[in-house]
Write a protein that binds this ligand. Structure first.
Ligand SMILES: [Zn+2]
Length: 307
């Protein structure tokens, strides 16, 4: 009996050893925003699977930290966030609950996408003091993905992490990154041309999400409906915005879909300006599937309202 078994086991082992190594599992990538998932998928291709915690129509400053997200994070190889203080209020509790040293701040699978990005509006004051006053942009404006050129910086940070974790696929990731960068450069040239007739157009925004977008497309955001990022409008502040719109003949008020549009609509009524809902992220609306769709959509909406 013993002899028979031995005789069978050895050929099985030989067959197992001779088989090629099983295909490596895909890197599991969890990101805070869908924009980051889109870019990570472009770089990672079929070697990664991505999941975004926030929906494109949610305010990225405030997202519910659901238990299902903790499970995703526990299993993740890579975690990518926009960083600064954009998501800190919900990312910290999620990472602390997930207790995965791999993707915790500074871990080997952790990516702060803001690394190397040229930040705008970095305040000189003490961050803790600014936060105590209700400000939610205390390390500089965190909405940098709204300049498509910054998408390249985000892609570079993600590329570096993918290469470090899967060095065998380095050439594949690099090729995808090069393609993505070329696509951004070409799309950006087209968008700039499209916006050329509206250079310097003055607009009003609800929240201060758009300085990078403003710079990228040569717009001029002259006032915000929020008196400070995260602080709801007061009647006296609204009066000052109305005055400005009338004095400077401003035609457009841009607002993200997750904000209460009543103050903007009431300003529009008293000034003749148009309220334009634009997308703060990929998938803000179901048809905005890509990072490129985001800019195509927003620029078309703004141009239509300016004309
Ligand atoms: Zn903000």
């Amino acid at each position: 009996m013993k002899k028979k078994l031995t005789g069978r086991i050895i050929p099985v082992l030989v067959v197992l050893i001779a088989l090629p190594a099983p295909a490596r599992e895909k890197l599991k990538v969890v990101t805070t925003l869908p924009d980051l998932s889109y870019i990570a998928q472009q770089i990672g291709g079929d070697k990664v699977e991505t999941f975004a915690i926030a929906k494109g129509y949610q305010d990225p400053h405030f997202v519910d930290a659901k238990p299902s997200f903790v499970l995703k994070l526990k299993r993740a190889d890579v975690f990518v966030q926009i960083g600064l203080d954009l998501e800190i209020g919900w990312v910290r509790p999620l990472l602390e609950t997930a207790r995965s040293s791999k993707i915790y701040f500074g871990g080997k699978g952790y990516v702060d996408a803001s690394s190397g990005i040229n930040l705008l509006e970095v305040p000189s004051g003490d961050a803790a003091q600014l936060r105590a006053k209700g400000d939610i942009h205390v390390f500089g404006n965190p909405h940098y993905w709204l300049d498509p050129r910054n998408g390249k910086g985000v892609a570079q940070n993600i590329l570096a992490k993918f290469v470090a974790l899967s060095p065998n696929a380095a050439a594949y990731f690099q090729k995808n990154y090069d393609n993505f960068v070329a696509k951004i450069d070409s799309a950006y040239a087209g968008w700039k041309e499209k916006m050329q007739p509206y250079a310097g157009a003055k607009i009003v925004a609800y929240h201060n999400s758009w300085p990078y977008f403003e710079k990228a497309f040569n717009l001029d955001i002259v006032a915000f409906i929020e008196p400070k990022p995260g602080i709801p409008p007061t009647p006296s502040h609204l009066v000052s915005v109305i005055k400005k719109i009338n004095q400077e003949n401003i035609k457009v008020i841009i607002i993200s879909p997750y904000f209460d549009d009543k103050p903007a609509k009431s300003i529009a009524k008293r000034t003749g300006a148009t309220v334009v809902k634009i997308a703060p992220s990929v998938q803000a609306w179901p048809n905005l599937k890509t990072y490129f769709d985001l800019f195509d959509f927003n620029l078309t909406k703004i141009i239509t309202a300016l004309e």
